[in-house]
Design a protein around this ligand. Structure first.
Ligand SMILES: [Zn+2]
Length: 99
């Protein structure tokens, strides 16, 4: 399953893949509405490899894993503005961001 990132306010019940760039904190922090559609919102302090939420082409590393208590367990990557679960084949142009 792949879901295109949506520039918006990630909150419980927002569309899967909605991503918000948070202004607080020392490093880049994003709030993400789980791509699986379960409605959970997670905070990710992952390194920004390239792109941005506003540009629709954000790449984060390492992988995103929904492991909070009660979370769905979704595990995947955000590459070039597309959320892709780990059971999907990776695009060949970006293997270097995969751990
Ligand atoms: Zn989920």
């Amino acid at each position: 399953m792949t879901v295109r990132m949506i520039d918006g306010k990630a909150r419980p019940g927002s569309l899967p893949g909605t991503t918000t760039r948070c202004e607080s904190g020392p490093g880049p922090v994003h709030r993400i509405s789980c791509p699986c559609g379960c409605g959970m919102v997670a905070t990710a302090s992952h390194q920004v490899i390239s792109g941005s939420v506003e540009g629709g082409n954000l790449t984060l590393s390492p992988s995103l894993h929904m492991t909070a208590p009660g979370a769905c367990g979704w595990h995947g990557f955000l590459v070039d503005g597309v959320y892709r679960s780990v059971d999907e084949p990776m695009p060949s142009h970006s293997p270097e961001v995969i751990r």
